[in-house]
Design a protein around this ligand. Structure first.
Ligand code: ARG
Length: 462
């Protein structure tokens, strides 16, 4: 006899080639505990609808608990002939309770509403795990920012020296995108929580008077699906989750790229901790930023998981199609990837040592104080277009003579413009430059201190 859940109208079992293609237990087994939780909730609504006696329900719940224990201990595993996790667990239940009682549980549900619900439960749990790991990364950036408050570094645009900024300001600029990722996960969770598909059946609901909202609440959702077709056929929740994972990967990759560059001999901005860097099998001197490189590489994988998923979903007619079985592996992979990447990445950032002297020394180089000259002139009522020209002329003069802006003498300045009085020197220092950018969101130390507090408050919301 075939182990399939659908043997009745078939003369024989499936061809081996079909069974091999169709099989999903090798990856959907992780849903087993969620499937059993769903079954317990479903047993309760069958009981409430008068389809299971009190005694049936008691035995059913005990049988499901026993099955769960056996799944968790490894005593119960998928058999070769099991098509998917749902098939295997029904077999396990029938083994434990007999076909008479075990065979009653499937009434009024389909693998279509089951799998959509379980997948949501699985992702909600892992969304929380990932959220906690991202939060660790945010807090680590905040700690490094706090530790280095007041240290200036070259701020860049187009990767060229632009204006001096505080190292803390730069580090926190990597934390805010992660805060938004946390917001995205929370927002995603709220939406998913209000949409439990259990009770949608194959696509049209059930004739048995079952209460989907009861099941929803039992499973930790806030409501059941408003539309049973949508409940079983929609997978935008998977794509959205995969997007947030990909965005987290991209946000990490931007930090990673900087760590890789900063750790070079040429930059010399940071030193990686021994425990979070690797060596070379041939070059004894090497200390490599492998964690950062893996983060950069894995962000490509996370993007691939998202785009593959979107391609699978595109143009599928309603309602459930077996194509949808392809929704799981990519996002399982995204979950595994982030859950292994984030702890290593956070450790790397936590143990990063900054060469603050070098950062400070380079901060004003590359004429990064030129904007300060222009804005100082504006405060002397010079129109910005003129001020920009004059500051540019200062740069040109310095470049010609191979000196820095603060090396220009009073006479040099006056020769460029009488508006450039010696007082301009007050802004020709990194401290002055940084301190004067004191509007909300600016790099002045006081503002960055406030920003740090604001970030920490936002972090506690997650
Ligand atoms: N294993 C399937 C999935 O992951 C669920 C089974 C639905 N199969 C079916 N013939 N309706 O999507």
């Amino acid at each position: 006899e075939s182990a399939a859940l659908w043997g009745g109208r078939f003369a024989g079992g499936p061809a081996d080639a079909l069974a091999a293609l169709s099989k999903s237990t090798q990856f959907d087994w992780v849903l087993a505990p969620y499937d059993i939780a769903g079954s317990k909730a479903h047993a309760k609504v069958l009981h409430r609808a008068g389809l299971l006696t009190d005694e049936d329900l008691t035995k059913m719940l005990a049988g499901l608990d026993e099955l769960l224990a056996d799944v968790l201990s490894g005593a119960f595993v998928a058999a070769e002939a099991d098509e998917d996790v749902h098939t295997a667990l029904e077999r396990g239940l029938v083994d434990r309770l007999g076909a008479e009682l075990g065979g009653r549980l499937r009434a009024g549900r389909s693998r279509n509403d089951q799998v959509a619900t379980l997948f949501k439960s699985f992702l909600r749990d892992h969304g929380r795990i990932i959220s906690d790991l991202v939060l660790d990364q945010v807090n680590t950036l905040a700690e490094q920012a706090e530790k280095h408050l007041g240290v200036a570094m070259p701020g860049r645009t187009h990767f060229q020296h632009a204006q001096p900024v505080l190292l803390s300001h730069h580090l926190l600029a990597h934390a805010w995108p992660l805060i938004r990722d946390l917001d995205r996960l929370a927002d995603w969770d709220r939406r998913v929580a209000a949409d439990s598909p259990y009770g949608s059946g194959a696509l049209a609901g059930s004739t048995l008077g079952l209460d989907p909202q009861f099941v929803a609440v039992e499973l930790g959702f806030t409501n059941s699906s408003a539309n049973s077709i949508d409940g079983t056929a929609a997978r935008d929740f998977v794509a959205e989750f995969a997007f947030v994972c990909a965005q987290i990967g991209i946000d990490l990759s931007r930090q990673a790229e900087e760590v890789i560059i900063w750790a070079t001999k040429e930059f010399g901005f940071v030193q990686l901790d021994d425990a979070y860097s690797t060596g070379s099998s041939i070059m004894p001197q090497k200390k490599n930023p492998d964690i950062a490189e893996l983060a950069r590489g894995k962000s490509g994988r996370l993007i691939g998981n998202l785009t593959g998923l979107l391609a699978t979903l595109k143009a599928q007619p309603l309602a459930y199609n077996r194509d949808l079985q392809e929704d799981k592996e990519p996002v399982f992979d995204s979950v595994d990837t982030l859950e292994v990447l984030l702890p290593a990445f956070t450790g790397m950032i936590r143990t990063l040592r900054f060469n603050t002297e070098r950062l400070e020394e380079l901060a004003p180089q590359g004429f990064s104080l030129a904007t300060d000259i222009a804005e100082w002139l504006v405060k002397q009522k010079v129109p910005f277009r003129v001020a920009h020209e004059l500051a540019g002329a200062c740069v040109q003069e310095c470049e010609k003579r191979g000196i820095e802006l603060w090396d220009l003498s009073d006479e040099d300045l006056a020769a460029i413009s009488p508006a450039l009085t010696p007082e301009v020197r007050t802004v020709l220092s990194v401290e002055g430059s940084v301190a004067s950018r004191n509007g909300r969101g600016g790099t002045a130390t006081d503002r960055v201190t406030e920003q740090l507090a604001e970030l920490r408050t936002r972090a506690t919301e997650h």
